[in-house]
Design a protein around this ligand. Structure first.
Ligand code: K7E
Ligand code: CUA
Length: 660
């Protein structure tokens, strides 16, 4: 990490100098780094009340969420709760959304999310959904962009470390998933208990294709059984290669300990090139075998506005040795990381994280090599194509530790180099580097709006940096990651803006705001709320005892709850507050919290019903209140619930606005 240290030192002593330079050469056009100049400020300035041009949908990494930023301003607009409970609005805490986080391992309130990917039509972003992977307990989420909420989460069976995910095919026919960590696989669960040292013999990988229905509904259509390597990243083809998808792998050494050394021995690992169309056709004709593969599909029932879970027991698996032509290995130097397909669909670029060059494969040459059976070997029935025959170019001087590439649609590619802390721009014609710019520090992914689609918008690039160090006011040992907005509209890249990001964004998607803005739901129509516990008018509000369970059917409207005085609850009861917000206007949520509740608040959108479960532990009178400042009389929006001892004979009663 030498280069970082050097830059870091440079920055400290040069802060006053940069200020002086900026002052002296104010507006100087020859300066590559415009940040801090009024020109840069102008380019990112979005006036108060104005909208940004792009939504930036970022992965939250270990936050498990999807923070949303406006671009070019870098303003944090919202955070979509996805794989992790969110105490901000009760996602994963309230009864309605808990089922979203069900898995075959039980309820899992956290994950590590890396790759958001927008739905596409004809190879272009269409603004309907964003998909995102969960790495730790393999899952894929679908976020609905009409309400910015998680609409569905599907678990991926026979997989561990769902990293090469969730990349879509050109018409969102499929979303990809693959095993980062290979694991023992056997139809008999007891045979899964094997010594780790039997890796080479027992550990397998799977590459999964998740079908997406017209309404977005996801199902695991099929998995392809592959040798036990680490499958790292993915991208679907486009244009001539649109029936194909590409997955990098490392650890073709099949090491199971100290991978930093043991998985770095081979000169080349592989990109798996998969003809998903052919595999899908075979499956549709009945090919493959159904094997055990317990997994959950959780989805938001739009009618009832609550999440439901279903358990699926099996999954269809294809063995490539029985179905020639569905998968080929492309030898690729040295533990490649990202794999990116240029807008024409012709070039497949591998991130050569341990390689001194950046290899670019040609789809045409791949097809030629397949036709000629130009193989240099075979692994478990998978033909390995001849490297020399498929490589189009090796980009020299593309930086050290190259990871990910995006495209501007004007004939250029941009690659992040982690170790040399820079973004390198190179030509898709000459395969020569034409420009480079320092980033602060150590970029992982980068994002150009539409930069992995058929139609990129080559205006801005966002570098998603892994190391922040001295870029902002320090916040102790833990620092937010840093994103940098770079102008790529000219010949020279220009740094415009730094902004801190929540969690650890890996990848991001930039989606033109006009694809999304007009489809926004502003509130849920009360009339269409078919939640079984909805209370649509104050006159229906009530409290009912059912054994030890007490159900409070409650409404909220500015600025009171109905009912707001409740008696007859006893220690040992389970109390369910079913709160319906009966407002019918944009941006009037009401919150709900009761003292001693063992869970988060509820934040209920207009027209929606949410349920908080409470176990009162001691007698007393417990206040509840609205947590969202909803009106001038928000502080008056409160109530009391009386809790009596377990053996009390106080009957259930409730009221609002009357003395008894
Ligand atoms: Cu490179 Cu998870 Cu896509 Cu991070 S990954 S950087
Ligand atoms: Cu409702 Cu504050």
């Amino acid at each position: 990490m030498e280069p970082n240290k050097k830059k870091s030192r440079f920055v400290w002593w040069s802060v006053p100098l940069i200020a002086v330079l900026a002052f002296t050469f104010y507006g100087c056009p020859s300066q590559q780094n415009l940040a801090g100049s009024s020109d840069a400020a102008q380019k990112v300035y979005v006036a108060p009340g104005e909208y940004d041009e792009y939504y930036g949908m970022f992965s939250g990494g270990y936050s498990g969420q999807m923070p949303v930023y406006g671009l070019p301003s870098g303003r944090h607009l919202y955070t979509i709760p996805v794989f992790t409970q969110s105490a901000v609005n009760g996602y994963g805490y309230n009864e309605e959304t808990k089922p979203m986080l069900m898995t075959s391992h039980g309820y899992i309130p956290w994950d590590d999310a890396h790759h958001p990917e927008g739905s596409q039509t004809n190879g272009e972003l269409d603004g309907r959904w964003v998909f995102m992977n969960a790495n730790n307990t393999p899952r894929i989420a679908r976020i609905d962009l009409t309400n910015f909420q998680t609409a569905e989460i599907i678990e991926i069976p026979n997989s561990a470390g769902n990293h090469a995910s969730s990349f879509v095919t050109v018409n969102t026919e499929y979303v990809s998933a693959a095993t980062r960590f290979s694991i023992p696989m056997d139809e008999n669960l007891e045979n899964m208990d094997v010594p780790i040292s039997s890796y080479a013999e027992n550990f397998k990988g799977t590459i999964s294709f998740i079908k997406v229905g017209d309404e977005g509904q996801m199902s695991v259509d099929f998995q392809i059984l592959v040798p036990g390597f680490n499958y790292d990243l993915s991208h679907a083809g486009k244009g001539p290669s649109e029936d194909w998808a590409f997955f990098t792998s490392y650890n073709s050494e099949q090491a199971h300990t100290l991978l930093e050394r043991n998985a770095s021995r081979n000169d080349k690992d592989f990109i798996a090139a998969i003809n998903w169309r052919k595999a899908a056709d075979l499956v549709a004709e009945g090919a493959g075998e159904d094997i055990p593969g317990e997994h959950y599909r959780n989805y938001m029932d739009h009618d009832q506005q609550l999440a439901k879970s279903e358990l699926i027991e099996t999954v269809r698996v294809l063995d490539p040795s029985e179905h020639p032509g569905i998968i080929y290995y492309l030898p690729t130097p040295k533990s490649p990381h990202g794999v990116d397909v240029d807008p024409s669909g012709q070039y497949i670029v591998a991130g050569g994280k341990l390689s001194s060059v950046l290899p670019v494969h040609s789809f045409e040459k791949i097809q030629q090599a397949i036709e000629n059976e130009d193989y240099e070997g075979e692994i478990d029935g998978i033909p390995v194509l001849n490297y020399e025959s498929i490589v189009q170019a090796e980009v020299e001087n593309a930086g050290i530790g190259t990871l990910h590439t995006e495209f501007d649609g004007n004939g250029y590619a941009y690659t992040t180099a982690f170790i040399s802390s820079e973004i390198v721009k190179w030509s898709l014609e000459t395969f020569e580097v034409v420009d480079r710019i320092d980033t602060y520090y150590s970029p992982g992914h980068l994002m150009i709006p539409g930069g992995d689609t058929r139609n990129p918008e080559g205006k801005y690039l966002v570098a998603l940096n892994k190391i922040t160090k001295d870029r902002y006011l320090p916040t102790g040992p833990e620092l937010f990651h840093s994103a940098q907005l770079i102008d790529i509209s000219g010949d020279k890249m220009e740094l415009l803006l730094d902004f801190p990001t929540d969690g650890e964004p890996h990848y991001a998607q930039g989606i033109r705001a006009d694809l999304i803005v007009d489809n926004q739901i502003r509130f849920y129509e009360l009339e269409k709320n078919n939640h079984p516990d909805a209370t649509k008018t104050e006159s229906e509000a009530r409290v009912e005892r059912d054994g030890d369970n007490v159900h409070v059917y409650m409404t909220s409207i500015r600025s009171h709850f109905t009912p707001d005085n409740i008696e007859g609850v006893k220690v040992g009861d389970t109390v369910y507050f079913h709160l319906t917000n009966i407002e019918q206007d944009w941006d009037v949520p009401h919150g709900f919290a009761v003292m001693g509740a063992q869970t988060s608040e509820l934040l209920v959108m207009p027209g929606e019903t949410r349920t908080l479960e409470w176990h009162p532990k001691k007698p007393g009178v417990f206040p509840f209140y609205c947590t969202d400042f909803c009106s001038a009389l928000h502080q008056e929006m409160q109530g009391y619930v009386r809790v009596s001892p377990e053996d009390s004979d106080v009957e259930i009663s409730y009221r609002t606005g009357t003395e008894d």
